[in-house]
Design a protein around this ligand. Structure first.
Ligand code: FPP
Ligand code: MG
Ligand code: MG
Length: 342
């Protein structure tokens, strides 16, 4: 199931668009500030990152845009206009904006988390220093805002601006020490930190497609629940992933005092974990103790099961859309997000 039929492979279907996207983002970032451009463009120069978010935006767009006549039945139409359901220029821009907002948040995140690697490269803060990493993130965000305003769609501008507020809110929520009974709080934090960008960018793709309300809502829910699943798997991979495949260090959550689902589930079975959580894993031997408890518990498996449940809800929200290879690819992406190793 990890290598689907290329006709419904989400990354095969979007690969051409994604390739041009990196170049267009570089162009958007070129400015009178060579230092900022080079920091901000650092991630867009080569094939880097999974580009999950732009892939979601592109597939939602393809799935909802009025389907064009297949070239065989109307040979007079040029190939580009008939391929991929006639992607709108605004939707292509939206995919870029989404990746730029995400990347800006990662620049800031790596400063906050004192991370030294990202996407298997030295992180921007490590390469250029904290000050430039923050400024490059701000610069990316500014350029994303300009590009957003150029879509000339007030609703999309409002929705995507709210995402930026949510990213900050999620990051601040993450600073709180979790207690017994805080599982709902943790899920809400995940929504702000991860799912909101996915939900609102898929919804924006639907708004730009000009489709009816229930399809807009379906697109939002697809992004939201897939985002929830994505973050739950992220939190699992921080424990049991491969550092090489992830391109970033393992156990970063425990090391920065952040409590995630595997720990919360483990604490339900072994309440002594709550004291370790309270200390933010800061006392001698806390990390090893926490890992031992997690390994003896069903924490990891329960987190994976919860991620699967959310991914299923994501796929169910596609029911409002007409069947197409793109819709199938969106379902396939949900499977890939659960099974992913990076
Ligand atoms: C990665 O989480 C971080 C985020 C998903 C959001 C970070 C948001 C901010 C720093 C707020 C500022 C926002 C903007 C738009 C400038 P992680 O640290 O759990 O994941 P990682 O292991 O990939 O570092
Ligand atoms: Mg981080
Ligand atoms: Mg972080």
């Amino acid at each position: 199931s990890s290598s689907p039929d290329p006709k419904v492979d989400p990354f095969v279907l979007t690969s051409e668009e994604l390739k041009t996207m990196s170049q267009e983002m570089m162009d958007l970032l070129s400015s009178s500030h060579p230092v900022l451009s080079s920091c901000a463009g650092y991630f867009f120069t080569k094939e880097s990152g999974k580009k999950v978010r732009p892939t979601m935006v592109l597939l939602t767009s393809y799935a909802l845009n009025p389907h064009s006549t297949p070239p065989s039945s109307n040979p007079s139409l040029p190939m580009q206009e008939t391929s991929h359901g006639g992607l709108l220029e605004t939707q292509r821009r939206l995919a870029e904006i989404t990746e730029m907002i995400h990347t800006a948040s990662l620049f800031h995140d790596d400063v906050i988390d004192k991370s030294t690697t990202r996407r298997s490269l030295p992180s921007v803060n490590h390469q250029f220093g904290n000050k430039l990493a923050i400024l490059a993130g701000d610069f990316l965000l500014a350029r994303a805002s300009v590009s957003l305003s150029r879509l000339r769609n007030l609703e999309v501008t409002e929705v995507m601006s709210t995402v930026i507020e949510h990213l900050v809110k999620g990051e601040v929520m993450q600073m709180r020490v979790l207690k017994k009974g805080n599982f709902e709080y943790y899920l809400k934090k995940n929504f702000y930190k991860t799912s909101s960008l996915m939900a609102n960018s898929c919804m924006s793709a639907a708004i730009l497609a000009g489709v009816e309300g229930r399809k807009i809502e379906g697109s939002y829910n697809y992004g939201k629940y897939l985002g929830n699943a994505f973050q739950l798997i992220d939190d699992v991979l921080d424990f049991n992933g491969s550092q090489d495949l992830l391109g970033k260090p393992l156990l970063s959550d425990l090391n920065s005092g952040v409590t995630t689902a595997p720990v919360l589930y483990a604490a339900e079975e072994y309440p002594e974990m709550y004291e370790i959580i309270e200390r933010k894993y800061g006392a001698e031997g806390d990390i090893d103790k926490a890992l031992e408890i997690i390994n003896n518990s069903a924490g990891i498996q329960k987190t994976i099961d919860l991620a699967k449940t959310h991914a299923e809800v994501a796929v169910k929200s596609l029911n409002v859309m007409e069947d197409s290879v793109y819709k199938e690819a969106m379902g396939n992406l949900a499977v890939r997000i659960i099974e992913r190793e990076n």
